[in-house]
Design a protein around this ligand. Structure first.
Ligand code: FES
Length: 400
């Protein structure tokens, strides 16, 4: 059954997210039921409800005519036409991780133009090709090119606190749904102009010169969602920055990082990586990431841990690895923090670990941990044998 967005005006705070940040096709009669607004609404004022469509349209998927309900997203129409959407890139089907039109992983050719299937509505007579044109240059929404004084999880601690240390950009779209997402406008922002890897690499290089730094980071959202895009971006960025000082830093939740993906990133030029380990127990991972599907949550969590192990085993001498651990007493117990510390320590006691003080940024109403609490968490991790532990506090980073 098709969906339509239903607005709860008692909850709506008129913040404008649903039309200013989200790539919305329109309300009521114009709504295609893609659900991007419901994912992005910080006040949970939008619910997707089933609605019968009275009309049908004919679309052509890889030249085959199919009748589907009107005003549904192309991804829905493709699923009805035996082209299912996949939750992980290894699954059969079209990978559609962000569902807000930002990552372009689900892009298909629609009437001769490549568009995201997740937020594009069907129209009568529409022609869809699931394979992309040979000359198509991948693109995705990415922005926020700017200098940073703190850096990310994969920034070595000894750089922090020295003025601008890194330039960063932020890739739109994420496969997680963290209620306390700190970058939610990027995560759900499907409205910007998508950039090719080359355009983004040029902008990043310009930013590097503007801020006079050597480190260039890409974060998100989740920057690994669209693999061809990221590979080409790192490759082109390296070509534009051939000096030995240049560092290419990827900040990620690690959930999609398989060994072959890591190998490819290293080969393309990645020198530094920050990976968040959001849980060691799947219930914690659910709470922190907002993923409701248990097997998906388990896979994402296992992948992130396996990625850390793989990088440690294969690239210890080449790649700088930083690990992020979220902390808030409402999300994770101190016992689990300790368990996490022991597991990381067993892989490498010298790896840099940064405890991130999770706070209410998007939908969760958790209180920011005090600096004292964060210092306590840091002590627990140090006691597990980890030698390089930083903690993020309201007053800046402490450690190692
Ligand atoms: S899943 Fe469609 S653009 Fe990301």
């Amino acid at each position: 059954m098709p969906y339509i967005a239903s607005y709860n005006l008692d909850r709506c705070k008129d913040c404008g997210t649903c039309h200013e940040i989200v790539a919305c096709s329109g309300r009521d009669e114009a709504c295609i039921g893609c659900g991007a607004c419901a994912l992005a609404c910080p006040n949970e004022a939008i619910e997707m409800v089933e609605e019968e469509r009275t009309r049908e349209v004919i679309i052509y998927v890889n030249c085959k005519a199919t009748v589907v309900p009107e005003r549904i997203p192309v991804k829905e129409a493709l699923s009805l036409s035996a082209y299912p959407m996949a939750r992980m890139p290894q699954e059969a089907g079209i990978f559609a991780p962000c569902e807000v039109g930002a990552c372009f992983s689900c892009a298909v050719e629609i009437d001769g133009v490549v568009k995201p299937a997740c937020i594009t509505g069907v129209e009568d007579g529409m022609r869809i090709r699931t394979s992309l044109p040979e000359n198509y240059v991948t693109r995705r929404i990415v922005g926020g090119f700017m200098g940073h004084t703190v850096g990310g999880v994969g920034t070595p601690w000894n750089f922090k606190g020295r003025g601008y240390i890194e330039v960063a950009c932020f890739a739109g779209g994420c496969n997680l749904r963290c209620p306390q997402c700190q970058n939610w406008m990027t995560t759900y922002g499907g409205k910007g102009s998508p950039l090719t890897p080359e355009e983004a690499a040029h902008r990043m290089t310009l930013s590097r010169h503007q801020f006079g730094v050597n480190r260039m980071a890409i974060s998100g959202g989740e920057c690994t969602l669209n693999r061809p895009w990221l590979m080409q971006y790192i490759t082109k960025l390296k070509r534009l920055n051939t000096d030995s000082h240049a560092r290419f830093h990827v900040d990620t939740n690690g959930s999609l990082l398989t060994p072959d993906y890591i190998d490819e990133l290293v080969e393309a030029g990645m020198t530094d990586i920050g990976i968040d380990l959001k849980g060691i127990e799947v219930n914690t991972f659910h709470r922190i990431t907002g993923l409701k599907d248990s097997s998906l949550a388990q896979t994402c969590m296992d992948n992130a841990w396996a990625a850390v192990g793989y990088i440690r085993d294969h690239y210890k001498d080449f790649i700088f690895l930083g690990i992020g651990i979220p902390y808030n007493k409402d999300l994770i117990s101190l016992e689990e923090v300790e368990k996490r510390g022991k597991r990381i320590c067993a892989m490498d006691p010298d790896v840099q670990v940064c405890v991130l003080d999770y706070r209410a940024e998007f939908r969760s109403y958790i209180k920011r941990p005090s600096a004292q609490e964060m210092m306590g968490v840091r002590s627990i991790l140090k006691d597990t044998g980890l030698r390089t532990v930083l903690c993020q506090t309201a007053y800046g980073h402490v450690g190692p």
